[in-house]
Each structure stands twice: as structure tokens, then as C-alpha cells.
Design a protein around this ligand. Structure first.
Ligand SMILES: [Zn+2]
Length: 344
């Protein structure tokens, strides 16, 4: 078992190659699909039952991913069909092929209500030009016209990565128990990365399918979205980290959507809390002078923010700034048309 510098340990030597599945627990299989973005893969999970399979997350709606799914179905699913599709949250690497899979197998989609409804809203939104309020949101953050025009030109391209969503779904709620095969799985809902993110914990096996709620190496993006500019998702996130520390045993095996399965959930949760608290402190100090959202990028991010990652950059910077405004450490001044933040 490999151990990382932050104390996490990784029990699996091998990762599944494209089109292959690897058993990581009794009847629990790991699938790895490519992504056409800088984060180059996503982990998806299959639960085997006597009479079928449950799929957890779907991959982006690309031809590559469809071909790989077909290969997996041919190789492993000839004896029994897919029974249900569960999606942890609305991001397109998780949700992208949900509609295609649900149609293909004639089964139902399981999601939390906020994730399902928000994904319907986003799917409708990205099929046309960005709304004026979205453009204003980035302009107020200090994004210049060149980057804004690139953003506008690219806005609709995201719709390529999601197949049409089912018009009905089955709702998952926090603490709900699902009997899947011979094991019971409990839904645990996290917030902050997305509105009502579903994780699945099997207490008897001490394994949790974590989606993006707990990742071993990268920090899940915590973003303010243009349609709720005053949101405080970082508060939701920090509260969720504490919630998961209470819910999980120290030695639970975490199956994350990116990176490798690992032990050390409590260490990782605390590390993520600490990272954000350090970010908040640095940001507060930097705002001894009045600062715009783009001014604070170098304080929060190692990599340069350009038009390609500006949506995430603005969203994450605002998550921290809004948190400090909500705690009355910073005050917001919008009189110039650009939002500016300064210590109270
Ligand atoms: Zn996500």
C-alpha cells in the first residue's frame, strides 16, 4: 500500500485501463473514463447485483466515452442489464451521459432534487447565448471585454458534453437507505461543491462512493455561480466537511471521482478545511487595500487565470470573498461598477 506525504494511503496498485473494470470491494467495480479537459479522467462505479447492475456517474457525453461504455457492456454486461443510474451531482463529467444511458437501458435516473433541477436549468441555459446577468456578473468581477467575448463565444460549446436529460427522475435525500444487491447504501448529502451532492456510504463494508465531495489530491472547486451571486458556498462546504467527519469512520475506504481510492478521509477533510482557512486569512490580509475579484487571483491560485479557466477562477475567488463579507470581515463597494472588497 502506497502512502502519500499527507498521510493518505492508496490500497490499489493498478488502475482500470479504458474499457476495463476492476473490483475494489465485493461487487463494487471501478471504471475510469477519459475527459477532454485539463482534468483528464473521471472514476465511475458499478455495483453488481444478482439480476443487474447499478451505475454511479456516467462520464462526459463524448463519442470516446460512449464507445468505451459499449465495450464494457459487451465484455461484462451480457448476462444481466443495468437496473438504475445514480448521478452524484450535476457537473457534466458526472451527468453527461445520464440521458443516453437511461434511454439505452430503459431505466430510471436517481439524483437529489437540487442537483436534478439545477442541471435542467443549466442544460436549458447553455443551449443559447449567456444571459445578460451572467455577463454582468463577470464584468463586475473585473473581467475585461476580450476575455468576456471569448467566454460568450464558447458558452454554448458545453452543451455538446451532455446528452438530453430525462424529464423525470427519482429523488435521493440525505440519510436515505438504498438496498442494492446484498448491501445497504446510505445517501449522505454534501454541499459547497454543488448544491446537494450525493455520496453513498456502505456501513457494513465501510466504503464510501464520494463523488467530488472528498478528493485525495486536488481540492474540489467551491464556486459562486452567476445565477446566485451572493451565495456563500464556502460556508456550506466547511459545514459539510465537519458533517462528513462525524459520519465517517477513520478507516473508511473512499472511492473518489478523481485520483485513486484511499484511506485517510478524516486527515483529508481536515486538510481541505485548513487550506481554505489559510486562503481566507491571506485574502483578508491582502484586502487591507481595496481589491477587485481579479486582483485577488494571485493570492488564491498558483496557476495563472486566463479566459479558459476564468469561470472557475472568478467563482472560487468570490466564494472566499463572499464568505468574508458574510462574516463582516470585508465590506463590498459596487459604486464604480466593479465590485471592490476592503477590510471593515
Ligand atoms: Zn464536480
Amino acid at each position: 500500500m502506497k502512502t502519500g506525504s499527507n498521510g493518505l494511503s492508496y490500497p490499489f496498485e493498478n488502475r482500470p485501463t479504458p474499457g476495463e473494470i476492476i473490483e475494489v470491494g465485493p461487487g463494487i467495480y471501478w471504471v475510469r473514463m477519459p475527459l477532454p479537459i485539463s482534468l483528464n479522467h473521471i472514476n465511475l462505479w458499478l455495483l453488481e447485483e444478482q439480476d443487474g447492475w447499478t451505475m454511479i456517474d456516467t462520464g462526459m457525453a463524448t463519442e470516446d466515452t460512449k464507445v468505451l461504455w459499449e465495450e464494457i457492456f459487451k465484455r461484462y454486461f451480457s448476462a444481466k442489464p443495468v437496473k438504475r443510474v445514480i448521478v452524484t451531482h450535476m457537473h457534466l463529467d458526472h451527468l453527461g451521459l445520464a440521458g443516453w444511458l437511461v434511454d439505452k437501458w430503459g431505466v430510471e435516473l436517481y439524483m437529489s432534487r437540487a442537483e436534478y433541477l439545477t442541471s435542467r436549468v443549466i442544460a436549458a441555459e447553455i443551449s443559447s447565448e449567456p444571459p445578460e446577468s451572467t455577463v454582468d456578473f463577470f464584468r463586475a468581477a473585473g473581467i475585461d471585454d476580450v476575455a468576456l467575448n471569448e467566454f460568450k463565444a464558447r458558452f454554448r460549446s458545453r452543451s455538446d458534453f451532455v446528452s438530453p436529460l430525462p424529464t423525470a427522475y427519482k429523488r435521493l435525500v440525505d440519510n436515505q437507505n438504498l438496498q442494492i444487491g446484498s448491501h445497504q447504501w446510505t445517501v449522505i448529502v454534501g454541499e459547497g461543491h454543488s448544491p446537494e451532492h450525493v455520496c453513498l456510504l456502505c456501513k457494513s463494508l465501510n466504503i464510501m462512493i464520494a463523488g467530488d465531495q472528498i478528493l485525495p489530491r486536488i481540492s474540489p472547486n467551491i464556486s459562486v455561480r452567476p445565477n446566485e451571486p451572493d451565495a456563500n458556498p464556502l460556508q456550506d462546504w466547511l459545514r459539510s466537511c465537519e458533517y462528513f467527519k462525524n459520519k465517517l469512520d477513520e478507516d473508511v475506504l473512499i472511492l473518489p471521482s478523481h485520483g485513486d481510492p484511499f484511506y485517510g478521509a478524516h486527515l483529508r477533510l481536515q486538510e481541505m478545511i485548513d487550506e481554505h482557512k489559510v486562503g481566507l486569512k491571506k485574502l483578508y490580509d491582502f484586502c487591507s487595500e481595496s481589491r477587485s475579484v481579479t486582483d485577488v487571483f494571485p493570492v488564491l491560485f498558483k496557476s495563472k487565470i486566463n479566459s479558459g479557466n476564468m469561470v472557475i477562477g472568478v467563482g472560487e475567488a468570490l466564494a472566499h470573498l463572499n464568505h468574508l463579507v458574510a462574516s463582516e470581515d470585508l465590506k463590498l463597494d459596487t459604486t464604480s461598477g466593479i465590485a471592490r472588497y476592503k477590510q471593515t
